[in-house]
Write a protein that binds this ligand. Structure first.
Ligand SMILES: [Mg+2]
Length: 259
């Protein structure tokens, strides 16, 4: 594809399955980022994984030999903060069941944490989940407190294999409470909307790149962005067959953006 004729000014990249697989880079990241810069393209990274903080992602890039800034990285924790701030512009006390990284992010958006009388229940992948926290969250939700969740990914990849993801915890709470959560991460548009807030570009001037159709591509459609599916991760070309709307670009790997 050729950026010059597409009007694209910013690129939002998923990370796992696009830039790397676990700890193995899928391309020369230095070369890729230099190409973005040489073509005057802003580039950001957007992931549903809220287990790591932005600072930890910066470290991950560093370990792979590339420098990125904190402002370039957005997780579903940030999408959750963005969505909550839309609904509760003045912040307030929330009941949280999630990772320390999610807590730290929501604090930055003006939310505090409470065990009684929350304005919202917010959930995500909680590495320290207990029956007690699930129970409390479920009781609040049943009493009518608005219910938010970072993302729906049932699993996430680790060197040990697929481990229980946010969706596993979401299923537990939705089952217990009988209420569906408002979702912040992909395939909802909010993570991409938070990215657009940073790039200052219009959706149609922005390309989202991802390896998973159900999250990256559908989320890109909903946000009104252009979309590129890379076949270096989860989804394969046969997964495209049933789709009524296809991604704008289908690439073997992310480097092909510049072929
Ligand atoms: Mg991915």
């Amino acid at each position: 594809m050729n950026f010059i004729n597409t009007g694209i000014k910013a690129v939002i990249l998923d990370m796992d399955g696009v830039l790397w697989k676990s700890n193995e880079p899928l391309c020369d990241l230095n070369e890729l980022f230099q190409k973005f810069r040489a073509n005057h393209l802003q580039f950001l990274f957007a992931t549903n994984n809220a287990l790591r903080t932005v600072a930890q992602y910066v470290e991950k890039f560093k370990s792979l030999g590339v420098q990125v800034s904190k402002e370039q990285i957005l997780t579903s924790a940030i999408a959750t903060g963005y969505l909550l701030a839309k609904d509760f512009p003045h912040g307030g006390p929330i009941y949280i069941m999630g990772s320390p990284a999610l807590e730290a992010t929501l604090k930055e958006y003006g939310f505090t944490f409470t065990e009684d009388d929350p304005i919202a229940v917010v959930g995500g992948l909680d590495p320290n989940v207990s029956y007690d926290r699930l129970k409390k969250a479920s009781l609040f939700i049943q009493s009518g407190v608005p219910f938010y969740f970072t993302n729906t990914d049932p699993t996430y990849p680790t060197p040990e294999g697929l481990c229980p993801g946010a969706g596993t915890f979401l299923a537990a709470l939705e089952t217990a409470s009988g209420v569906k959560a408002k979702i912040a991460g992909k395939p909802m548009p909010f993570l991409f909307e938070a990215c657009l807030q940073r790039t200052g570009t219009l959706p149609e001037e922005t390309l989202t790149v991802g390896d998973r159709i159900e999250t990256d591509i559908i989320g890109g459609f909903r946000a009104g962005c252009k979309t590129a599916l890379v076949l270096s991760g989860v989804s394969s070309s046969s997964d495209l067959e049933g789709l009524t709307r296809k991604p704008d670009f289908i690439l073997e790997n992310v480097m092909q953006l510049f072929d």
